[in-house]
Design a protein around this ligand. Structure first.
Ligand code: SF4
Length: 505
């Protein structure tokens, strides 16, 4: 047995985390290109184009692809002669720490989640899954890193399926999980399914499946066919890029079946978002002569992110009643003016202050709030990557904020019915920015100043001036919402299909 030098482990993990945050692997780039070609609706095409433009910006190494640089999970596979111990684990954690601190990545890990919710400020601890593999040369260590954002992590599914429900029950559960997730995990997504007799193993199987390259099929041809069958079912949902409708809800589906108990199949569904961060390196050879081989990143060509569906409506912030009345669901808009950032923790504090009758850190009247937690700002830049976070999490605060004058919100994914009703009642608009296009969003920010709650780090309230930032009116002040519209489109398509089926069948 021999140990891999801990410095090599640390530098490899650091590099993998940085590559994951800033670059796509070529399978992801190819899937984006294919999706853009496949889409026929101008809006879906435009979103894919924007995501590809975003990737070209982030590949330059200054702005991570998405502002949520995720929870790092590290898979370590060992050849039979390679030793692994506590020192190796510490070297992995050090690699994660260095990447997140030195690489200007957002730190999202909290300790004591039930009580103090203290951010560890270096994104550790990472999750580590270690195993020996007979399939590997005996002197190799393979390290794979997944960086999973909270928006898609929150939508992970788990269910026990009975033998009677069988394969169809598994498929139905996967489809239901993705349908319920809708636009929240920033589709197109990659869906990975684990099946096992044990819940924890089922989840690990799903995560391991997510390490497969897009387009890589299971070795068992029956499972490979099942993967494609589920993929077709998902892409028929018309969720599409960002949940605005389209042919590409998922880039791929990976199924990893283990064994099962007589009475159940425990099924986990892992949803990975459009920026699919998985990176792999292999360390080969003995200590002094170890060499590290990284998977080749995608060669990302220059691409313009300006292929808009139509000339966007110009909107100057703060909003006024005339502008709000003129904004209709589905409009592309170009936003310029002042917005304030706030996420979960800042919302909680603002609402607590309102309830205590305290003076607020900024005037809510006619304000537009952007749900975002940017990556740290590099010296010389205005802001770090700053794409939207999932808006529905802020729904519990809508009522009080709309009552105190907020007129606009910006985020991603659908809103709850109560919030949409409140928007109609108070004459408010919800703009959707493109989830995962965080590097290109940064290019629209011309100034950035702290306003309050700096102790919250990425969640602090900041005043941003934006210029010509293209978003979509997802919910207008008349109560119309783009996500429901797409569901209606789908149901009328289904009715037409079923009528055709009746006629020919
Ligand atoms: S692309 Fe969307 S789901 Fe993925 S990390 Fe970014 S914000 Fe979260």
């Amino acid at each position: 047995m021999y140990k891999v030098d801990k410095r090599i482990i640390t530098s490899t993990v650091r590099e993998l985390c940085l590559r994951g945050a800033y670059t796509l692997s070529d399978d992801v780039w190819n899937a984006m290109t294919a999706a853009k070609l496949r889409e026929t609706e101008p809006r879906a095409k435009s979103i894919m184009n924007e995501l590809m433009g975003n990737a070209t910006i982030s590949a330059k190494g200054e702005y991570p692809t998405c502002q949520d640089t995720g929870v790092a999970t590290i898979f370590v596979e060992l050849g039979n002669d390679v030793a692994y111990n506590g020192e190796s684990a510490a070297a992995i954690q050090e690699g994660v720490r260095k990447a997140y601190v030195e690489g200007f990545l957002r730190k999202s890990i909290q300790m004591d989640p039930l009580y103090s919710q203290t951010n560890t400020r270096d994104n550790t601890p990472a999750n580590i899954v270690v195993g020996y593999s007979d399939d590997m040369p005996s002197d190799e260590m393979r390290i794979s890193v997944i960086q999973k954002g909270g928006g898609c992590g929150l939508l992970t599914g788990f269910k026990g399926i009975t033998p009677a429900q069988g394969k169809d029950g598994v498929k139905q559960f996967v489809v239901d999980t993705v349908r319920t997730a809708g636009g929240k995990p920033c589709p197109p997504v990659v869906v990975s399914v684990g099946i096992d007799s044990d819940g924890a193993q089922s989840m690990i199987r799903a995560q391991k499946a997510s390490l497969r390259r897009i387009g890589e099929r299971d070795k068992d041809p029956r499972v490979a066919a099942f993967e494609l069958e589920i993929l077709d079912a998902l892409n028929a949902l018309n969720i599409g890029p960002q949940g605005f409708g389209g042919k590409t809800t998922a880039y791929d589906v990976h199924v990893n079946q283990g064994h099962a108990h007589l009475v159940h199949r425990l099924v986990s569904v892992d949803i990975g978002c459009n920026c699919v961060r998985h990176q792999v390196a292999t360390i080969k050879g003995q200590r002094e002569k170890s060499q590290v081989f990284f998977e080749k990143p995608a060669e990302v060509p220059e691409i313009s992110a300006d292929e808009a569906t139509s000339e966007p409506k110009k909107v100057t912030l703060p909003l006024d009643d005339a502008q709000i009345a003129n904004l209709k669901m589905g409009d592309m808009v170009s936003l310029s003016g002042t917005i304030y950032t706030a996420r979960d923790a800042a919302h909680k504090r603002l609402v607590d202050m309102i309830e205590r009758g305290e003076e607020l850190p900024f005037d809510l009247k006619n304000a537009t709030i952007y749900y975002v937690g940017p990556t740290p700002t590099r010296p010389g830049n205005v802001i770090g990557s700053c794409g939207p976070t999932t808006s529905a999490r802020m729904d519990p605060y809508s009522k009080i904020l709309f009552e105190h004058g907020v007129k606009g919100t910006i985020g991603k994914g659908p809103r709850g019915q109560e919030t949409m009703d409140l928007m109609k009642e108070h004459g408010c608009v919800y703009f959707a920015a493109i989830g995962g296009a965080a590097a290109s969003a940064a290019a629209s920010v011309v100034s950035n100043e702290p306003v309050a709650f700096e102790d919250l780090g990425a969640e602090a309230i900041r005043k941003l001036e934006v210029k010509d930032w293209v978003c979509t009116v997802a919910v207008d002040s008349f109560g119309k919402n783009i996500f429901e519209q797409k569901a209606q489109d789908l149901s009328s398509q289904k009715q037409v299909q079923s009528q055709i089926q009746k006629l020919i069948g």
